[in-house]
Write a protein that binds this ligand. Structure first.
Ligand code: HAM
Length: 416
């Protein structure tokens, strides 16, 4: 199907490695996993992402089920996380909730490199505090994560879209500016100038860009509290040694944002260069009928992150085969299977042939599978009570007692 992909074993190893690193760093910052349904009631996204956004008006997979209830394949998961937070009264526990998720999202966009209709996000949300240190520490975590993947060439773009108080003032100024130029803009912008003028700023139509460049910036119209919040975030980023660029047009394509918004982009990605994005959403819980609960979060576009990693970093999948067990003659099957079971129980990754084979053929299979070592068990080895362990990269062979094979191989693997 257009815009969807099969990820085959040649690729999934890297995906798992990236997800393992993500879980590790999220764990280090005390985030816990949340799993929400892929299907939600359509109204959830209309109320949170915004009825007038591209996502809701053009991109959602929405259908009626058999009882005529309108359901939607989630286009993003922040709304679902906040819905779950409210539905399960997590706010009663008090304090800060740090939640993460990994999974597929669905948007009916025009497919191209880095843009799919089913794509994957690794997302994380902090609920329960509007402290600017949360924003800075969160961005620090993302920088550490990218470092672990070996990704160094990217830009952190930062903006503040203010709160409802300063937003109202800003929208007045923006509307006035738009009144003078909107006739020259695309149909969507003309409509949005009246319904939701902030959305004009993320219009992608080429001919509208010079006009958008000339429009007033949210950053110049922040109230004192929002200004202070933004200055504290940027100050803390500087203290933590995290470079950033101010991007005054970065209002993001979803309506729930307040104050900090950010994206990270990579030059190797071409047109779809934002490989993650997020920000603060201090009013979202109330929009969804919950108690006032400030929030901050990110969604990493995993497909795009992996494209960037493949092009610039040397991250390797963890899916190498440690040992191939080669056995000769029916009498060797039982001891060979027993050894394979013990090695696997000890955590090694092991493959074994199911038919007796000549040694040459077994070694051919072992090297095709990329095994690091081959354990050879023939009649001679059975009589001697010691198996041959062959290092497939050097060709060197050692005779080792069956009970010590696991330990010896593990030691060699650790030495690299
Ligand atoms: P978003 O900017 O819509 O934000 O998506 C986040 C990331 O998902 C994008 O930067 C991009 O890398 C990836 N992405 C989006 N659409 C596609 C697509 N069609 N194909 C491939 N990748 C795509 C959100 O979704 C918010 N929920 C982020 C957030 C979390 N804000 C606060 N908390």
């Amino acid at each position: 199907m257009k815009g969807t992909r099969d990820l085959l074993p040649a690729e999934t190893g890297l995906w798992q490695r990236v997800e393992d690193e993500a879980r590790r760093i999220l764990g280090a910052y005390n985030f816990r996993e949340i799993r929400t349904p892929i299907l939600e009631q359509t109204a959830l996204f209309a109320r949170s992402v915004g009825a007038d956004t591209d996502i809701v008006t053009k991109e959602m997979y929405t259908f009626e089920d058999r009882t005529s209830e309108s359901l939607t394949l989630r286009p993003e998961a922040t709304a679902s996380v906040v819905r779950a937070y409210i539905e399960h009264n997590l706010f009663n526990e008090g304090g800060i909730h740090k939640l993460y998720y990994i999974g597929p999202m669905f948007r009916r966009e025009r497919p191209q490199k880095g843009r799919y209709r089913q794509f994957y996000q690794i997302g994380a949300e902090v609920l329960g505090s509007d402290h600017p240190t949360i924003d800075a520490e969160f961005l620090e975590m993302l920088v550490l994560f990218l470092g672990r993947l070996g990704l160094r060439e990217y830009n952190l773009l930062l903006n503040s879209v203010g709160c409802p108080k300063c937003r109202a003032e800003y929208l007045k100024v923006l509307r006035q500016a738009l009144d003078k130029v909107k006739d020259k803009m695309c149909g969507d912008c003309q409509r949005r100038a009246a319904t939701n003028p902030l959305r004009v700023l993320d219009c992608k139509v080429e001919t509208d860009q010079p006009i958008i460049e000339s429009l007033p910036h949210t950053l110049d119209h922040l109230c004192p509290e929002c200004r202070q919040h933004f200055d504290r975030v940027t100050g803390e980023l500087q203290q933590r040694g995290i470079p950033y660029q101010i991007a005054p047009r970065l209002v993001r394509g979803l309506d729930y944002y307040t104050r900090t918004t950010f994206e990270m982009t990579s030059n190797v990605l071409g047109a779809q260069n934002a490989f993650l994005g997020g920000g603060r959403y201090d009013g979202l819980s109330e929009m969804l009928g919950g108690p006032p609960t400030p929030g901050f979060g990110v969604a990493i576009g995993e497909d795009r992150l992996i494209l960037a990693v493949e092009q610039t970093a040397s991250l390797k999948p963890d899916d190498r085969l440690d040992i191939y067990v080669a056995w000769m003659g029916e009498g060797a099957l039982h001891p060979a299977s027993q050894l394979a079971r013990e090695l696997r129980r000890d955590g090694l990754s092991v493959e074994i042939g199911y038919e007796p084979m000549k040694l040459k053929k077994s070694l051919g299979i072992a090297s095709r599978l990329g095994a690091r070592f081959t354990v050879i068990i023939g009649e001679g080895e059975l009589t001697a009570g010691r198996f041959q362990v062959k290092d497939m990269s050097t060709g060197q062979q050692e005779e080792i007692e069956p009970a010590r094979v696991a330990a010896v191989v593990k030691e060699k693997l650790q030495k690299g």
